[in-house]
Design a protein. Structure first.
Length: 115
């Protein structure tokens, strides 16, 4: 059974930082992409950052220069360091892992940024 478990969400003031972590189990994702999406109230889920197995990274324009994605393939984990947070970053953040045509999702962790 595949599971993706996120941690690290919470409430932070604008300008602050948070670090999200995701641990995957049930599959070895080291040869596949892993990343983060988010969904704000009333909006569609959107890509935040994703890293493929070769280390290539794609960031949403809105987070470039503020967020950093990293992964540890030996531990099947992916992390998202979020700095200079803004109220518009408030959303539920979901861990995502792609496995040969299948997309797996975590349950999400809430990030709230107060102004």
């Amino acid at each position: 059974q595949v599971q993706l478990v996120e941690s690290g969400g919470g409430l932070v003031q604008a300008g602050g930082s948070l670090r999200l972590s995701c641990t995957a189990s049930g599959r070895d994702f080291s040869r596949n992409a892993m990343g983060w999406y988010r969904q704000a109230p009333g909006k569609q889920r959107e890509l935040v950052a994703i890293m493929d197995s070769g280390g290539a990274i794609n960031y949403a324009d809105s987070v470039k220069g503020r967020f950093t994605i990293s992964r540890d393939n030996t531990k099947n984990t992916v992390a998202l360091q979020m700095n200079s947070l803004k109220p518009e970053d408030t959303a539920v953040y979901f861990c995502n892992a792609y496995y040969y045509g299948l997309n797996y999702w975590g349950k999400g962790t809430l990030v709230t940024v107060s102004s």
